[in-house]
Write a protein that binds this ligand. Structure first.
Ligand code: SAM
Ligand code: SF4
Length: 321
């Protein structure tokens, strides 16, 4: 069974392959070979894809990376996209390191929702997980965004067994006190790990039980974003779980992905892509771009190839996790 137009209404756009961090589970210590400037989609090219996608019924768009705030003047892109008719929801996922500086221009450009990745509050652990990051910058960025009225702000945390399990409850407490939603993402196997188990894999269910032992959780619905996360509440705490390895998140997956180099992908775990950049740069009309989007929707797998914690592999920084 294929997904149809209308069922797929969310485009995740990677605006750069660059990142200043080297998270253990995402990048090798030396980083990855960088794309040349000319290989990366220009803002007008991204905006054109968004125009056509919105006219085809796409409603939700997210900017990601690499680290999207490293792309020069990314708020100018936000402004372009926020003005596209049909764009109902425009959001951004960031590591938060540059958020204190960028939050105001982003808000002013029309961004409303933010996801900030934060795997540890403890400065030493954060530095270890990100290979050198400063958690103080992220906390300052979160505070700036909160004061400016971004809502909801979601924290994304990847828990690696044996590394940052001790941060599960502190992250939940922090989110509750600040009015953020915290989401725990299951660790996915990264490129190069072959068929070896992702070291440190911990299921979302295990994390939920740890939180549930302190906070009596009740399943919640109606959380903005409508992605693959399942949410639970306890008083002021809202916690989500994105569990692609242990739950069938594919059924509810409504997204396509546009890589920084202009490849259109149907699934995080699929290497196949159609080359939108070449089409855009060789004079393709809107009809041709629309056909490529439709073809990607029709080719969207009903189930990804990673069905257990020990198969398949991805490179998040390149695809825009
Ligand atoms: N640099 C930005 C950030 O970290 O938020 C945006 C890009 S990053 C690739 C997007 C998300 O992918 C982050 O929340 C990150 O934690 C998640 N991610 C990266 N590698 C992952 C992996 N191997 N397993 C699970 N999540 C991963
Ligand atoms: Fe950079 Fe985000 Fe990957 Fe961490 S998860 S290395 S912040 S792209």
């Amino acid at each position: 069974m294929q997904k149809s137009r209308g069922e797929v209404d969310y485009l995740r756009i990677s605006v750069t392959d660059r990142c200043q961090l080297r998270c253990l589970y995402c990048m090798p210590p030396e980083g990855v070979p960088r794309l040349e400037h000319r290989e990366i989609l220009r803002f007008e090219e991204i905006a054109r894809v968004v125009w056509v996608a919105a006219a085809r019924g796409f409603r939700r768009f997210r900017l990601t990376g690499g680290e999207p705030l490293l792309r020069r003047d990314v708020s100018a892109l936000v402004r372009l996209l926020a003005a596209v008719p049909g764009v109902e929801d425009l959001s951004l996922t960031t590591n938060g390191c540059l958020l204190a500086r960028e939050a105001a221009p982003l808000k002013e450009a029309g961004l409303r929702r933010l996801n900030v990745s934060l795997d540890a509050l403890d400065p030493g652990l954060y530095r270890r997980l990100t290979r050198g990051g400063d958690v103080g910058l992220v906390l300052a960025g979160l505070e700036a965004a909160r004061r400016l009225g971004f809502a909801p702000i979601k924290l994304n945390a990847v828990i690696v067994a044996g590394v940052n399990e001790s941060e599960i409850l502190p992250l939940a407490d922090f989110a509750r006190r600040r009015g953020f939603i915290v989401r725990f993402i299951e660790l996915m196997p990264v490129l190069g790990s072959g068929s070896r188990p992702a070291p440190g894999f911990l299921s979302g269910e295990r994390v939920r039980r740890i939180i549930g032992a302190r906070y009596p959780l009740e399943e919640a619905s109606g959380i903005e974003g409508g992605g693959p996360a399942r949410y639970w509440r306890s008083g002021d705490l809202t916690v989500g779980f994105i569990s692609p390895l242990t739950c069938d998140t594919c059924r509810s997956c409504r997204r396509l992905r546009l890589t920084a180099a202009g490849g259109l992908r149907t699934c995080l775990f699929s290497e196949e892509e159609s080359d939108l950049k070449t089409a855009l740069r060789s004079g393709a009309g809107d009809g041709e771009i629309a056909r490529m989007l439709d073809a990607a929707v029709a080719a969207k797998p009903v189930r990804h190839m990673v069905s257990s914690p020990d198969s398949g592999s991805i490179r998040m920084s390149a695809i825009g996790g």
